[in-house]
Design a protein around this ligand. Structure first.
Ligand code: SF4
Length: 235
C-alpha cells in the first residue's frame, strides 16, 4: 500500500471536476502522511463488535473517555451483542457514563447489538454487500453516516471512505475542498479520487488523517513542522 496510482484516464467529466482533480492529489498527501506517521493499525479494538461499540461511544466524545467506557464494559464482561442486550438499560448507561450522553448511547448500543444478532452475527453481516448494509445501518436510530461508515470500514471490512471533522478541517485548509460540502459529497469525492474499493487504503488513510489532525493540523495548527505544508495555502 506504499504507492497509490490515482484514478484518471478515460473518466467522464462532470460537475465538480475542478475540485475533484485537485483532490486527486489526495494520493500524494497520503504518501507523505504515511511516510511521516507510519501505519496506524486501526481500529484500536480486539473484536469487530468492540469496533461497533467504540464507533457509537466516540460520538461527541474524546477517545480517552471512550476507553474508560470500554474498560467498564470489559470488566462487566459485556463486549458481546448478547451481553449488551441482557444488561438492563440503566446498568448499561452507568457503565458507559464516561463517554457522555450515556442514556442515549446505551439505547444505541442495544440497537446495534440487536442489529448484529438479527442478522446472524458479524460474519453474516460481512457477507452482505455494502449497498445493502449501509442503508440498514443508517436506518438505526442514532447511527449517522460517520458512525455507519466507521462500522462498515473498520468492523466489517467494507470499502467505504470515512469522513469526519478532521477530514474537513485538513482538506479545506489544504484548499482541496470548501469544507461545507455534505458528508456524501465528500465521501464521493474521496472514493472517486482514490483507487476503487481499496479497503486497506481507506482504512489507513482515515487513520492517518486523524493522526495528522492531532499532531499538526489542530484547531490551532502547528504548521512549522507539518509534512504537507509545501502544498498548504493556510491561512
Ligand atoms: S500547513 Fe498547517 S494548516 Fe496546513 S495542513 Fe499542515 S498543519 Fe494544517
Amino acid at each position: 500500500m506504499d504507492v497509490i496510482e490515482p484514478r484518471t484516464p478515460g473518466r467522464t467529466r462532470h460537475p465538480g471536476e475542478r475540485r475533484l482533480s485537485t483532490l486527486h492529489q489526495a494520493a500524494g498527501i497520503y504518501q507523505r502522511l504515511h511516510t511521516v506517521y507510519g501505519a496506524r493499525h486501526w481500529w484500536p479494538a480486539d473484536t469487530p463488535f468492540e469496533v461497533m461499540l467504540g464507533a457509537i461511544l466516540t460520538q461527541n466524545a474524546a477517545w480517552t473517555n471512550v476507553e474508560k467506557a470500554l474498560t467498564n464494559l470489559k470488566a462487566a464482561d459485556a463486549l458481546t451483542p448478547r451481553a449488551i442486550l441482557d444488561i438492563p438499560l440503566a446498568g448499561l448507561a452507568r457503565l458507559i457514563r464516561p463517554s457522555g450522553y450515556f442514556n442515549q448511547k446505551a439505547a444505541r448500543l442495544k440497537r446495534i447489538a440487536g442489529f448484529v444478532i438479527e442478522h446472524g452475527g458479524i460474519e453474516a453481516l460481512r457477507a452482505l454487500p455494502v449497498e445493502v448494509l449501509r442503508p440498514r445501518l443508517l436506518a438505526i436510530n442514532g447511527v449517522g453516516p460517520e458512525t455507519a461508515d466507521s462500522i462498515l470500514l473498520y468492523a466489517l471490512n467494507k470499502p467505504v471512505f470515512v469522513i469526519d471533522a478532521y477530514t474537513r478541517r485538513i482538506f479545506s485548509r489544504l484548499g482541496h475542498v470548501k469544507g461545507d460540502e455534505t458528508y456524501e459529497e465528500l465521501r464521493d469525492l474521496f472514493e472517486r479520487s482514490l483507487p476503487a474499493r481499496d479497503t486497506a487504503l481507506y482504512n489507513e488513510y482515515h487513520a492517518l488523517i486523524v493522526e495528522h489532525a492531532k499532531q499538526h493540523c489542530r484547531v490551532k495548527p502547528v504548521c512549522r513542522s507539518c509534512p504537507v505544508s509545501p502544498d498548504c495555502g493556510y491561512p
